[in-house]
Design a protein around this ligand. Structure first.
Ligand SMILES: Nc1ncnc2c1ncn2[C@@H]1O[C@H](COP(=O)(O)OP(=O)(O)OP(=O)(O)O)[C@@H](O)[C@H]1O
Length: 613
């Protein structure tokens, strides 16, 4: 993108909004619930398995009591055998229950995250292009991958652990009270002591978690940009600089993570210390009761078992609590992304205007259009511009760099809406048309052809997926691309590499022209379409384009004389304004700017004789 520096600089713009609205755990659950709702049955089954296994774990305490009192203490081998059998049966039930719980809960985590990823991606592809100018793509990718992975862990593991621990806590507490009231009261005094640090530290961990996630996203987007521009990095021998800069990003992420893990480790250590301190105290009090004969050995064993269960439940909750805090950050970012409203409405997909599509004559008019890019609101890219391109006619846009030529094509495709004035197609404001219907009538050959990591078939067919092989080949021939495609190692099946890196600039351009030819649009938008061609291919492609332009409304951003001479009309732009319009000969007379540009063109064309008729 031409505005890379802006996009990088304005990336943090999105941050404050995200950071300000910190989501509570309950809000997070409400958001996630939307995605879990379709799987209520699985959730229910997982809940049943969860309660079942928690119940079994709790009854193991009773099994231990029987084992100690009836087996060990009573010295009866038969009773011991029975008690062991009971324990084994419980273990078997527990294994079955755990299998079901683990499978169902993990399934749910994976499923919900798969749906969430799809929802986020589906939303992203409908967003207006300016969104991606203020938000770095690396950061958006990190939301799709890192944040969703975190959520998957939360739903698939942590959440069920928390729930199980909560159940265990309540169950163990009830059984403790049932086993020995006095001791239970001792435990109850101890529990708040354990809970206190969790609450105190929880907030700090949460803040640090969010910072940690953010810095990881920064690392991802930094690497993404360098990989994308690897040749520039290497040709300017900036590898060492980039290594150091990346190293700094990674170290920052590590420092933030270190603070987070220090807090969490401290939290876990404190909880463990308090828990074991409490258990030792229990053993002291309970042991004395047992020695004094006020309590059976089995009761004490069961009591310690429940107290340990309770303690570990609290410890688990404390650990999971930290993770849930991290998950709120991740959920918040995903929800933010899902809630971004597209400035330009998405195509409804219903082609109510199919009729319009076929009947369209494709007369394009810009009426007093004022426009500045959302990322640069103070700078007008287009100022009070009015232009008419009659049906089937061609208009060449000329003007110095930055005059606003490409911007006009972007506005016509409705990637942005003008702040003032309107753009019409056959008299209808394009804002009143379905964006899909509007764009279906156009094909663009951009300055930098966009190719996808796939083969030639796929790339040419991109605008008309249903086209037959013959149609694709015909389009490639018309764009003078067939010959070079045939010479590729696998012909039309050749893979072009990421962004078509395995092709030359001129070859990419011819593929883009073939794609436009195949789409067979009513309106053709050519942005310097032949700039990357050598003189001979340009001549051929010009011929192909002339044929293609016949009967189609065409707007060409032209730097080449051949194009300018062929156009029905030429519009001269300067600093977003229309300064003159007419035929070549008239403009030479009336527009000094055009005259100057044309002189430069003529000088250029001297070197490319065959191009000028
Ligand atoms: N995405 C963008 N965000 C902000 N400003 C932009 C963006 N794209 C272009 N501009 C600015 O808008 C103005 C018009 O740019 P535009 O690309 O339309 O010029 P152009 O006439 O096509 O130039 P060139 O011949 O160099 O391609 C320039 O000042 C440019 O810096």
């Amino acid at each position: 993108m031409s505005n890379a520096p802006e996009s990088t600089a304005s990336a943090p713009l999105d941050r404050p909004a995200t950071a300000a609205a910190s989501m509570s755990a309950r809000e997070m659950m409400a958001e996630l619930w939307r995605f879990m709702r379709p799987y209520k049955k699985v959730l229910l089954a997982a809940g049943v398995a969860l309660v079942f296994t928690a119940g079994i774990t709790l009854s193991i305490g009773q099994g231990i009591r029987l084992l100690v009192d009836r087996g060990f203490m009573a010295g009866s081998s038969a009773a011991l055998g029975n008690a062991v059998l009971v324990l084994m049966a419980l273990a078997l039930l527990m294994a079955v229950g755990t299998y079901a719980r683990h499978y169902l809960v993990s399934w749910l985590g994976e499923r919900v995250v798969a749906d969430l990823r799809k929802a986020v991606f589906d939303h992203i592809v409908t967003l207006h292009p300016s969104y991606f100018e203020i938000n770095r793509s690396g950061e958006i990718m990190s939301r799709l991958t890192t944040d969703t992975t975190l959520l998957q862990h939360i739903i698939g593991t942590s959440f069920s652990m928390a729930l199980r621990s909560a159940l265990m806590f309540v169950g163990a507490l009830a059984l403790l009270l049932f086993t020995n009231l006095k001791l239970s009261l001792t435990v109850l005094v101890g529990v708040p002591l354990v809970l206190l640090p969790i609450v105190l530290y929880g907030r700090r961990v949460r803040r640090l978690s969010k910072a940690s996630q953010d810095s990881i996203a920064d690392v991802g987007s930094y690497a993404g940009e360098i990989i994308q521009h690897i040749k520039t990095v290497q040709s300017y021998t900036r590898e060492n600089h980039e290594k150091q800069a990346f190293g700094r990003e990674v170290e920052t992420a590590f420092q933030v993570a270190k603070r987070r893990i220090r807090q969490r480790s401290l939290l876990i250590a404190t909880v463990i210390l308090l828990m074991f301190g409490a258990v030792s105290g229990l053993l002291w009090v309970g042991g004395n009761d047992m020695i004094a004969g006020r309590m059976s050995a089995g009761d004490l064993a069961a009591f310690v078992f429940y107290a340990m269960l309770m303690g570990s439940a609290v410890a688990t909750i404390s650990e999971v609590y930290g993770e849930l805090q991290r998950a709120t950050g991740a959920t918040e970012r995903l929800v933010d992304l899902l809630n971004v409203e597209a400035d330009i409405p998405e195509s409804t997909g219903e082609d109510q205007s199919v009729k319009t599509l076929h009947d369209a004559k494709a007369q394009v008019a810009f009426e007093a259009v004022d426009f500045s890019y959302p990322s640069r609101p103070d700078q007008c890219a287009i100022r009070g511009l009015s232009l008419l391109v009659a049906e089937g006619r061609s208009l060449a846009l000329v003007g110095p760099s930055g005059a606003g030529k490409s911007t006009l094509l972007e506005l016509l495709q409705r990637f942005y809406d003008p702040q003032d004035g309107r753009i019409t197609l056959d008299g209808v404001d394009i804002r009143e048309m379905d964006t899909g219907t509007l764009r279906k009538q156009m094909a663009v050959v951009p300055q930098q052809p966009a190719l996808f990591t796939a083969d030639v078939w796929y790339n040419i067919r991109y605008g008309k997926p249903g086209a037959s092989d013959e149609e694709v080949i015909a389009a490639a021939r018309a764009a003078h691309a067939h010959e070079f495609i045939e010479q590729l190692p696998d012909g039309y099946n050749s893979h072009l590499g990421e962004q078509g890196t395995r092709l030359s600039g001129g070859q990419k351009q011819r593929l883009a022209i073939a794609r436009a030819i195949l789409k067979d649009p009513k309106i053709l938008l050519l942005d310097e379409a032949t700039s990357a061609l050598d003189a001979e291919s340009e001549y051929h492609v010009q011929q192909a384009l002339q044929k293609l332009m016949k009967g189609r409304t065409t707007i060409i951003i032209a730097h080449r004389l051949a194009t300018i001479l062929h156009a029905d009309s030429i519009a001269v732009l300067d600093q977003g304004q229309l300064v003159a319009q007419g035929k070549h000969a008239e403009l030479i007379e009336i527009s000094p700017l055009y005259k100057r540009l044309a002189e430069l063109q003529f000088q250029d064309s001297e070197r490319q004789k065959p191009l000028v008729e």
